[in-house]
Design a protein around this ligand. Sequence first.
Ligand SMILES: [Zn+2]
Length: 193
Amino acid sequence: MSYRPKKSWSSRRLTTDQPDCNVSMALNLFFAKDNETWVRNGGPWPGCEDIKLTDFIRLAAKTLGLFSLKLPEDDRDLDALITDMMDEGPEEPEGILAIIHTAGWAFAELRERLKAFEDTGLTPDDFAAAKEALDREGHCPVCGAEIEYGGDQEIVDDGTVVSFSCPKCGAHGKAGYDLVFDAYYDVKKGDRS
Ligand SMILES: [Zn+2]
């Protein structure tokens, strides 16, 4: 299936640990678990269990007949070696293996980032609105609720600082205001008496 980007934001999430169709399976093929990249159902027939990407690469090397290729037992060493093999390009089996490996871990990395985003249940528009609310004066910078001011006031350099607290989430701190000249008031001639 070729890639056809969707124009509108779909409410159906893309990341899942229970893919229910071919597209969903493809979108969740590589995933992260215990700081490792895994290939969903990528293990050997008939079990077709989930398999670590490094073990998948070891199996693939055998399938491609790369018996002279000494793949390290240690996963980190294998990752480093495979990265170097990227230089071989698509004309060598080692290069193809390296591209699959790179696509796998990079895909898992992007999927985890998207998953964290989708776990919030918010759309990009929701995020934009929330961010705007967070930056508004009088609203909690943590949850966006209306804040309460402590009533104290401290003059600093060119401004003033007042303490605030959020009745909703309990966040508290200080809000700073710049002092802006307005006008002179109550001007009287002569010495102050
Ligand atoms: Zn709050």
